[in-house]
Design a protein around this ligand. Structure first.
Ligand SMILES: Nc1ncnc2c1ncn2[C@@H]1O[C@H](COP(=O)(O)OP(=O)(O)OP(=O)(O)O)[C@@H](O)[C@H]1O
Length: 243
């Protein structure tokens, strides 16, 4: 197995407030890694540091061997971030949005068209390809934004709460999309839905107050806490507070 992300004593403080205490972990290439925790646990801060959006105050992290401090540009070229707010142009169609994104990444017209076709197929977007994006449902929008994030062929993709606000059917459909990416791209996702982490992730990291409280497979975390259900393991680990 090859390491995709190697976090070494990475921490972030805002003055006296420590958002993330120095922590270390490794994430293997091609795995789905879930970050769980109650509100304010430090998940977004950690993701933002790894994706070079904010600067750490301690430590370093290496993404595909590149430091987020000294090789920021190289890191940025190999990752993509799906923010909670999407980057979809509302008046453009699904196809046009994909084409636009391919243009942003500087692909030549023929390559861009091939990529658009690939994404339409991979994400089963053909039924809605001509629709204006603003009239798409939340689930389709989220699916399109993942396709847009993947058009640059990133090796690491960060998904911050990818299914937030979606109904159960749309969420399940998106799970299928995410499952198809297993092994092809390293995926780091934050979520508040425990069943989502359990269903999708190889490894789950549970954070609390800026610390890693537990890290392992869902099975391991249940075994460790002597529980039968992942939800009980989570409650046991974070001490009864659910965010
Ligand atoms: N710019 C900032 N200035 C000061 N404190 C901050 C700043 N950003 C985050 N924090 C604090 O750092 C802590 C971690 O926040 P973070 O957003 O990373 O948590 P989270 O686990 O992503 O929470 P949520 O699930 O609510 O998104 C919180 O206590 C938050 O108030």
């Amino acid at each position: 197995m090859t390491v995709a992300i190697d976090v070494q004593g990475l921490g972030k403080a805002y003055g006296a407030k420590i958002a993330v205490h120095p922590l270390s972990l490794t994430i293997q290439q091609g795995e789905i890694f879930a970050l769980l925790g109650v509100n304010g646990a430090g998940k977004t801060t950690l993701i933002n540091m790894l994706s070079c959006l904010i600067k750490p105050t301690e430590g370093d992290a290496f993404l595909l061997g590149n430091s987020i401090l000294s090789a920021k540009q190289k890191v940025k070229e190999r990752i993509a971030v799906l923010p909670q707010e999407t980057a979809i142009a509302p008046n453009l169609s699904v196809r046009e949005n994909l084409r636009l994104m391919a243009g942003v990444h500087g692909f030549h017209k023929t390559v861009a068209e091939r990529k658009v076709e690939e994404m339409l197929t991979l994400f089963s977007l053909r039924p809605v390809e001509k629709q204006r994006s603003k009239i798409l449902s939340g689930g389709w929008k989220r699916r399109l934004s993942i396709a847009m994030a993947l058009i640059s062929e990133p090796e690491i993709l960060f998904l911050d709460e990818p299914t937030l606000g979606l109904d159960i059917l749309a969420r399940r459909e998106l799970w299928t999309v995410i499952q198809h990416l297993k092994g092809k791209v390293t995926l780091i996702l934050t979520t508040h839905y425990l069943e989502e982490a359990e269903a999708l992730a190889h490894h789950i990291c549970i954070m609390k107050a800026g610390h890693i409280e537990a890290l392992g497979t869902a099975e391991e975390l249940m075994q460790r806490t002597g529980t039968q259900r992942f939800e009980d393991a989570f409650v046991n680990i974070v001490g009864g507070e659910i965010g």
